[in-house]
Design a protein around this ligand. Sequence first.
Ligand SMILES: [Zn+2]
Length: 297
Amino acid sequence: MRVFILIIAFIAVTSAKDFDYNLKAIQLAKNSYYIYGKEEYFSIQNGGDIANVSFIETNKSVILIDTGSSFAYGNQVKRLIEEKTKKPVKHIINTHHHSDHFLGNNAFKNATIYSDKFTAKEIKKNGELYIKNLVALLGETMKGTKIKNVDIILQNDNKDFDGYKLHFFYLKGHTKSDLVIYDKNTNILYASDLVFNNRALATIDANLKEWVNSLNLLKKIDYDICVPGHGKAFKDKTPLDLDIKYLNFLKTTLEYGNKNGLNVFEILDLKVPKEIKNFSMFEEEYERSIINLSNKQ
Ligand SMILES: [Zn+2]
C-alpha cells in the first residue's frame, strides 16, 4: 500500500506540468527581439508574465535583458531563444530589483548575471522575500524558483559582450537604481521600468522628481526603437512625454492634496487629464500611487 501511495505521489509530482506562458519573440532588428509582458497584475492566470524581456544575438552568444518572474518563465524564454539561435545565453543583465524582472535568473545555470551595485545588493538581501511574496500570489507557477545572485557589478558606461558593445545609463526614479541599456549597433534603447508605454506607472519605490529627470535625459537619445519595461515597444518620444506628464500630475496632485488637507479619498476624486486616464491599469496603479506616496514626496 505504501509503495502504491509513493508511486501515485511520484506520478502527481512528475506530471504536474509547468505553467505555459505561450511566449512569443517579437523581432525588432536582425539580431534583437523582445517578449511582450501582459499589462496586468500578477495573477494565477498570467503566471506573473507582466514585464517585458529582451534578447540580443551576438556573434558567439545571446545577451538577455531581464528574466521575468519565475524559473518556469525563464525556462520558457530559454526554449524560445533556442528556436531562434543555437548560440547560448551567456550574459544576463538585470535592470532593477523588482521581482517581475529577475526571478527567472536561475533557469540560466551557465550564464553570467550582471547588474549595477544597488540591484545586486537588493537581490541578495531581499530575493527570498520576493519569492515568498510571489508564491502567495502565483502558487505552483513559482515551483523551482531560486535566487541566482548577480555575478558581475556593472560600473562603466560601456561593456563588451563577446565583441558586442552595449552602452549603460545608471539612472534612478522608478527605483533607487534603474539600469538603461542603449544598443548603438541597432539604435534600440532598452529603457527598463523608467518607461511605461501607455500603461499606468508603478511607483511603489519611486522618487517622482528623479524619475522625471531620468526621462528628460532619455528623451535626448535619438533611438529608432524604445523597449519599455511595460507596454509595447515604440518609435517616437510620445510615451516618454506622457510618462513625464503622468509623474508631474501625480506630484502636483499630491502637493495640492497636502496643501489643502485632503484625505486620500478626496485626492482620488480630483479630476484627471484624459490621456492619463486612458493608460491601461490606470485605476489600480493611480490609487496605489496616491496611497503610497501621499506621505512620502
Ligand atoms: Zn519595476
